[in-house]
Design a protein around this ligand. Structure first.
Ligand code: 5GP
Length: 192
């Protein structure tokens, strides 16, 4: 018999005892499907372009787009943000641009987490200059206490407290992206 998502989360946790679960995989999947239904209602008949921000948004975008039951396109950007392993400096730079023209398109940016908002402020400005028909943003997580830039999410999965999280695409030193849940690293395992 197939294992439940809770049993699978427990198996993963045995391998990663330094992680405390914040959002388990069932909770994430339920919320992703609610967001997808909202997006499907708003974009039906428009052939939107979903823009994933590498690398953290990959699992989220993969699950989200497969829950939108009509034609969508997807493309990716990569943005570097200088800083330490757990805090960003706010200095951002485009590492990989889109392969797709956005002029006249309905563009939905899909991001893993809105922290200070400086990355999204930079990206939304860049895309807006290219004259999309519409430009919205969906983030799985946001940390409201940390926001510095004037960014409002059009779609938001969860608001979380101000702590460093990993899993479901989010990394610490390129680890933990493949966890099916989102968790917090114990303080002694993620030092600045
Ligand atoms: P912002 O520009 O909004 O401060 O930061 C956005 C980027 O910083 C996110 O796309 C993500 O890559 C990284 N980031 C912010 N908070 C966290 C966190 O709690 N955990 C991880 N793994 N990355 C984070």
């Amino acid at each position: 018999m197939a294992r439940s998502s809770a049993e699978l989360d427990r198996v993963w946790l045995e391998q990663f005892p330094e992680v405390d679960i914040l959002l388990d995989s069932a909770t994430i999947q339920k919320r992703v499907s609610e967001l997808a239904q909202q997006i499907a209602r708003d974009y039906e008949g428009t052939f939107p372009l979903m823009v994933g921000v590498l690398k953290g948004s990959v699992p989220f975008l993969a699950d989200l787009m497969r829950a939108v039951p009509f034609r969508v396109a997807c493309d990716y950007v990569a943005i570097s943000s200088y800083g330490t392993e757990t805090t960003s400096s706010g200095v951002v730079r485009l590492l990989k641009d889109l392969d797709t023209e956005v002029v006249g398109r309905h563009v939905l940016v899909v991001e893993d987490i809105l922290d200070t908002g400086l990355t999204l402020q930079y990206l939304m400005g860049l895309l807006q200059e290219r004259r999309p028909f519409s430009l919205k943003v969906c983030a799985l997580l946001q940390k409201p206490d940390r926001l510095k830039a004037p960014i409002t999410l059009d779609y938001c999965g969860f608001s979380i407290p101000n702590e460093f999280v990993v899993g479901y695409g989010l990394d610490y030193a390129e680890q933990y992206r493949n966890l099916p849940f989102i968790g917090a690293l114990r303080a002694d395992s993620a030092e600045d």
